[in-house]
Design a protein around this ligand. Sequence first.
Ligand code: GLN
Length: 242
Amino acid sequence: MDNLKISIAHLYPDLLNLYGDRGNVITLIKRCEWRGIRVEFTDIKSGDKIGAHDLFFMGGGQDKQQEEVQEELFSQKKELLAQRDDGAVFLGICGGFQLFGHYYQPHDKNKLEGISLMDAYTIAGEKRFIGNVTAVTDFLEPKTLVGFENHSGLTYLEGETKPLATVRVGNGNNGTDGFEGARYKNVFGTYLHGSLLPKNPHFADYLINLALEKRYGENINISPLDDKIEFDAHTSVIDKNY
Ligand code: GLN
């Protein structure tokens, strides 16, 4: 199928823009363009209408930025839930992941209501988890995901929301249940910064495939890319000490 296109939206990059998570959006765009897939890209900033997109990304941020984005994001909850149920793909990193759940309760502050894209909730922990993470999925090849965590929030999954991966090195969602990240329908959350996708091109392609399937209603096998450099980077940090 020629003339493929997907639309990608970056939610609130003006507010949640720490930890280099924009690298995930750049990776998705480049891996489409390298295959001749056109990308309609939109930065959705405070006050913008959400619009319909095939893939939404939201990065991480400190508690203060999460407070700033929460009201704006919550005002778009109904629209975003509808797009989730229409098969849109979501990727939330850390603070973005936390707000994809029901709520994030920071230390000594008001609870931040999330948009409930997935059955999860987050409570601020006593210590900060900072370090390299290697996690193992059951749906990617290679199975591993590598990245870097920096959070005090402890996230717990409920209902039909399943972990993205299990932790082999690091803490992941809460340092106790052995889970890293979460998935419900085509909504994905993870604590892995890095940014994540440049060193995990197989996960980037998995998300692109889902976004194409959502748009065209069929599984479109995208052509492989020469990912030697990307997987050299991936392999170089697998099981790296915390
Ligand atoms: N502020 C949240 C926490 O500390 C999220 C941090 C982040 O996005 N890296 O858990």
